[in-house]
Design a protein around this ligand. Sequence first.
Ligand code: MEV
Length: 321
Amino acid sequence: MPAISAQAPGKTILCGEHAVVYGQPAIAIPVTQVQARAVVTANPRGAANQIHIIAPDIQLDDYLENLAESHPIKRLFTSLRHSLNLSHFPAFDLRITSTIPIAGGMGSGAAVSVAVLRAVSQFLGHPMNNEQISSLTFEVEKSYHGTPSGIDNTVITYARPIFFIRGQPFETLHAIHPLTFLIADSGVRSETATVVGDVRQAWKKNPEHYEALFHAIGTLTVQVRRRLERGPTEEIGGFLTANHQLLQELGVSSPELDRLVNAALAAGAQGAKLTGAGRGGNILALVGEDKMASVSQALRDAGAVNLYQTNLMPSHDEVEK
Ligand code: MEV
């Protein structure tokens, strides 16, 4: 039997992170330049449930049964087994690789889950559709992120730009003009669960103040959507920078992220903000073609350890459910 492989992209949040956990809308786009990949190879001579996992990026080379129950890959398989109602798995080898930075705000964990669920469910002869994959990935994210909004698993599974409100069906965004974003990695690693937890503590202490900030972010997200879909797209950058200021007020930026944002703006980016949970990870900058080289250089000079480019292209595809 030939090996079965599947992949899933990284993601970046254009606007609305954190506020989306509290019911406000957010916009996310896939970053196809980075991918998680899962390859399943049958092991016809192996015993039932003998699943050999090789994930060099996290120095994992072991059998599933040896992983702690709390290990994200173990949780994923437990959810998969329940969901498919399987008494056991046939033996196979699973190789997981990823070019998505770990704990960098680009959805590396969710992308690995999506790629593994796609490849393994197909291998088992029960290929899951996007809705099933997204919802199982969400279950797994919940078990170690606490209160995820669901935006990461959704944008990564469907691999298209989305307008997302927690608990509601997402909408696919159709930009009227292509837009180019540079994503700059601060090199600082930060756990989403910790930052989301800190915002929750701060919100509990001062709900009125934080809800006003969430509401301002939500309002701005709606403005960005309108301009993406109807223009003028030149106004989007200003909203992104305003979103960064609100994220600073939420307490999720850091000197490294602020330095990158300021460098991008000084070099001619139309707008810039941190993206994802913050404290570390990445910033994103909306950059015109003519400023690409100068903004890239400025970001490197300001400490970016990696740069990714992602384009939001006009599209009229229908959503596959
Ligand atoms: C993380 O990519 C985005 C956050 O809003 C958390 C979430 O929505 O689950 C910070």
